[in-house]
Design a protein around this ligand. Structure first.
Ligand code: ADP
Ligand code: AMP
Ligand code: ZN
Length: 213
């Protein structure tokens, strides 16, 4: 199964994609995680990406598309994959459609996790992130077992640089302008599925499994 996760920043795409990857036994590919790993390792890509991410802007398509096309060509993606945070622009979506077409295949579903803007600010201000394994928590809704510490590896959780309130506002504007048109794009392609993302994470997951069945 080849699935795209759509939704505003902070809608819960990553949280759900991690659960889906386990259930369907396919890789979870998050472009945000790839960029953050490159920033942590101080690579050239990381340095370039950080300058955009810190401002709440999208990383340019030319730095993003090839990276994803390479990743989905790897062996572990043969049975499918979950794209989380890609595509985020119409040109990215077109590049993906074209790359898959060339291989005689296509995406199966685009799942839009719907959460209104007023809930997003709370989601992102409470988000905590493990710099070691990438796990995501929320201080109220999805807290770790021990405050401030990752359940998986005991690392100290951090606040993402781009989750500051002023950056969140910019990211939401960018989402509405550049990413929301993808809902229409995948509706027209006939693969759009919509779920209510304001429910508990368990209920959202149940809803996703249902729309994909
Ligand atoms: P995205 O990948 O779409 O940016 P995340 O999965 O990182 O979003 O979720 C954003 C924040 O909201 C995180 O702190 C996460 O723990 C929390 N969260 C995710 N799903 C829910 C939910 N259904 N209810 C409440 N909080 C949630
Ligand atoms: P995320 O972890 O999905 O919230 O992504 C964090 C940041 O990484 C975004 O705000 C963008 O700056 C950048 N990013 C992630 N995915 C993409 C993409 N597909 N296109 C452009 N920028 C991206
Ligand atoms: Zn961890």
């Amino acid at each position: 199964m080849k699935i795209i996760m759509l939704g505003a920043p902070g809608a819960g795409k990553g949280t759900q994609a991690a659960r889906m990857a386990e259930k369907y036994n396919i890789p979870h590919i998050s472009t945000g995680d790839i960029f953050r790993a490159n920033i942590r390792d101080n690579t050239e890509l990381g340095q370039k990406a950080k300058s955009y991410m810190d401002k709440g802007l999208l990383v340019p398509d030319e730095l993003t598309c090839d990276l994803v096309m390479d990743r989905i060509s790897q062996d572990d993606c043969r049975e499918g994959f979950i794209l989380d945070g890609f595509p985020r622009t119409i040109p990215q979506a077109e590049a993906l459609t074209k790359a898959l077409e060339a291989k005689g295949t296509a995406m199966d579903a685009a799942v839009d996790v719907e959460v209104p803007d007023e809930n997003i600010v709370n989601r992102m201000s409470g988000r905590r992130f493990c710099p070691v394994c990438g796990a995501t928590y929320h201080i109220v809704a999805l807290p770790p077992k021990k405050e401030g510490v990752c359940d998986n590896d005991g690392a100290a959780l951090v606040i993402r640089d781009d989750d500051k309130p002023e950056t969140v506002k910019k990211r939401l504007d960018v989402y509405h302008e550049q990413t929301q048109p993808l809902i229409d794009y995948y509706q027209k392609a006939g693969i759009l599925k919509t779920v209510d993302g304001t429910q508990s994470a368990d209920d959202v997951f149940e809803a996703i499994v249902k729309v994909l069945a």
